[in-house]
Design a protein around this ligand. Structure first.
Ligand SMILES: NC(=O)c1ccc[n+]([C@@H]2O[C@H](COP(=O)([O-])OP(=O)(O)OC[C@H]3O[C@@H](n4cnc5c(N)ncnc54)[C@H](OP(=O)(O)O)[C@@H]3O)[C@@H](O)[C@H]2O)c1
Length: 271
């Protein structure tokens, strides 16, 4: 039986991936911060309810990420896939309980903690893979090395661009830190998806919902392309992917020196 964990699996792409594997017979645990969404996921599991789990946690907190790792370790003996999708946009700068900027945490730090913290379980899995969703293939902007927490100049776009680049470097840095492991790391750009979870204020929300209705695909449709790669993985361990095609692994956003630099800074931040 496959074991799958989806951080941010209660809605959107994460939910579509989680329900797919549940229906295929896997043991699946999803993580989200809203209890009602978790309950909804469990009720949608139907006959597979016994194999479905929901961990309520606020992944903005380092301690909560560490608790999630312990709960996943208690629930699974091994992991075949860890899918990292939790994200939410912050129009204004949000500082977490640990003093970090919110986007940096959801898009990067939480994913760093979960992927490194669950490595032992992954290494016991079959064709283990970490899949982190973001904006792979996009090279604009970068990590603000002199102001990682965006204290001086914050804008939602700046935070999301930095988060996306940090997520790209996470994939490279993870494999640098586990050179002899078996776990593959897929960085995926899922494409424009109508997840139905628009948390923007009005009138932006209505406008974005209309755009999504016209131009975006359903989570199920875009999740299919991710699942196809997860089920038929390329040989190499680093799998940068944009919708239905691989991304050049030599792009500037995967710079190995930057990846080492970010991993080092992260260890200092978490020490
Ligand atoms: N949708 C797109 O068009 C698109 C395009 C490119 C890339 N992506 C990337 O794909 C991923 C998934 O996107 P999506 O549209 O499917 O997202 P979504 O539907 O908004 O799902 C986000 C998930 O993250 C969880 N989450 C948010 N904040 C959390 C927190 N503090 N603690 C724990 N869980 C939290 C949400 O549950 P709760 O709210 O209950 O916590 C939900 O399960 C994201 O990383 C996004 O950047 C999406």
């Amino acid at each position: 039986m496959k074991d799958v964990v989806v951080a941010g699996g209660t809605t959107g792409l994460g939910r579509a991936i989680a329900l797919h594997y549940l229906r295929q017979g896997a043991r699946v645990t999803v993580i989200g911060s809203t209890p009602a969404r978790g309950e909804q996921f469990l009720s949608e599991a139907g006959e597979a309810r016994a194999r479905a789990g929901f961990i309520r946690a606020d992944l903005l907190s380092v301690a909560e990420n560490r608790r999630v790792i312990e709960e996943v370790q208690a629930r699974h003996d091994s992991l075949d896939a860890l899918v990292l999708t939790a994200m939410t946009p912050f129009l204004k700068r949000v500082e977490t309980v640990d003093g970090f900027e919110g986007t940096f945490v959801l898009y990067y730090l939480s994913r760093y903690l979960l992927s490194h913290g669950l490595t032992d379980l992954l290494e016991r899995g079959n064709d283990p893979i970490i899949v982190s969703l973001g904006a792979t293939g996009f090279t604009k902007s970068g990590v603000q090395w002199d102001d990682l927490q965006l204290t001086r100049r914050y804008s939602p776009a700046r935070a999301i661009l930095q988060g996306g680049r940090a997520n790209d470097l996470l994939g490279v840095g993870y494999l640098q830190d586990h050179p002899d492991g078996r776990t593959r790391f897929m960085l995926d750009h899922p494409g424009y998806t109508n997840s139905g979870t628009n948390r923007m204020p009005q009138p932006l929300r209505t406008g974005l919902n209309l755009l999504a209705k016209v131009f975006a695909k359903s989570p199920e449709e875009n999740a299919k392309r991710i699942i196809a790669v997860m089920d038929d993985q390329p040989e190499r361990r680093f799998i940068p992917w944009d919708r239905d095609k691989p991304v050049d692994p030599d792009l500037s956003s995967f710079d190995p020196d930057n990846a080492r630099r970010l991993s080092g800074l992260t260890r200092t931040l978490l020490a």
